[in-house]
Design a protein around this ligand. Structure first.
Ligand SMILES: Cc1ncc(COP(=O)(O)O)c(C=O)c1O
Length: 363
């Protein structure tokens, strides 16, 4: 039991910025003089419409989304995008390229195989996904309908250190675990998708940013709700959208714009946080980073002692000290510290202090 807020290193759902939680608390019963909570609002009401439009325009401004791109607020998690992407985009040539650099990109690839011919453009499975294949290693099909990759591998702790060049083939990117962590040139992508529960909002909304010309070519028998054209036409209001999550996303976007000062400053802070922790890991005689230097994620830092029991003891003692959710994913073991946007640098320093004390006791 804690009487104060702790540092939550969960990979998702994850910490939200404190000022955002405080504003939610303030507005919980009566949002902007509407006399009701956002949870109780009709999605067709003018009160909710202004929240919805505000969220969308803040996201558009933060990511500098070009005019010929739509921003959609969908449901079903990023996992539903594993199917929606091929259902909507594979029709052009019946083929697609997939980069396999971790668990979720492999799941996306497996799902897409139900809809057409998928080729493995590259894979890091040979080294247990501890690196990102570079441009010259990509086997590109000039006739692919799209090229799919996952920008940040949440479980393994790797992050793409470049944007692949696929010529005229549209890039499709799963940015679930690093969206809004740095500026992105949206115009290089055909479609970007991200579940909200790491850097954006509570679980329940999936943001899709797509070049408008890519919507509208799904086969006739595509279920209505799984057709991007439905949501482009209905401005994400074909059915009831995840209103609460859209509201919180708007507050997070406002926090990024007004408190943080934009995505370049957010990127600087994220680099600083990750650099601190990796520097400690590289010096430590007990803990070791799990990933090769050039491909280390700024969002999910994976590390281990090499002794399973000691790893478990560390995660348990850290949790008791208010540093929670440091146990690594079962696929890789060890530990994982997720340092998303809302994790303050004080949290990273507290973690390093705790690790240093633990190291002294166990070396
Ligand atoms: C990179 C990435 N892609 C996809 C997913 C799956 O997201 P969802 O649970 O929203 O379906 C996750 C979940 O952690 C993820 O980290």
């Amino acid at each position: 039991m804690f009487s104060e807020r702790i540092y939550n290193f969960s990979a998702g759902p994850s910490m939200l910025p404190l000022p955002v939680l405080q504003q939610i608390q303030q507005e919980l019963l009566n949002c902007s003089g509407s006399g009701m909570s956002v949870m109780e609002m009709s999605h067709r009401s003018s009160a909710f419409d202004s929240i919805f439009q505000d969220t969308k325009s803040r996201l558009r401004a933060l990511l500098q989304v070009p005019d010929d791109y739509e921003i959609l607020f969908l449901q079903g998690g990023a996992s539903t995008q594993f199917a929606m992407v091929p259902m909507n985009l594979m029709g052009r040539t019946g083929r697609a390229d997939y980069a396999l650099t971790g668990n979720f990109s492999t799941k996306a690839y497996e799902e897409a195989q139900k809809f057409g011919l998928c080729a493995v453009a590259c894979s890091s499975a040979d080294q247990n996904h501890t690196y990102i294949p570079q441009q010259e290693a990509l086997q590109l099909d000039a006739d692919a309908s799209y090229f799919h990759y996952c920008a940040n591998n949440t479980i393994y702790g790797t992050e793409w250190n470049y944007v692949p060049d696929t010529g005229a083939v549209p890039l499709v990117c799963d940015m679930s675990s690093n969206i809004l962590s740095k500026p992105v040139d949206v115009s290089r992508y055909g479609l970007i998708y991200a579940g909200a529960q790491k850097n954006m909002a509570p679980a329940g909304v999936t943001v899709v940013i797509l070049r408008r010309s890519l919507a509208g070519s799904a086969p006739e028998n595509t279920p209505t709700m799984l057709n991007y054209a439905t949501h482009v036409k209905g401005d994400s209001m074909y059915n009831t959208p995840p209103c609460w999550c859209i509201y919180v996303l708007g507050l997070v976007a406002k926090w990024l714009q007004e408190d943080v000062g934009g995505l370049s400053e957010m990127a600087r802070r994220n680099e600083e946080k990750a650099a601190l922790l990796y520097a400690y890991l590289d010096e430590s005689h007990l803990f070791h980073a799990a990933v090769q230097k050039a491909y280390r994620s700024r969002m999910n830092v994976t590390f281990r002692t090499g002794d399973r029991d000691l790893d478990a003891q560390f995660a348990k003692e850290a949790a008791a000290a208010g540093l929670s959710n440091l146990k690594g994913h079962r696929l890789v073991g060890g530990m994982r510290a997720s340092l998303y946007n809302a994790m303050p640098i004080e949290g990273v320093k507290a973690l390093i202090d705790f690790m240093a004390r633990f190291e002294k006791e166990h070396i």
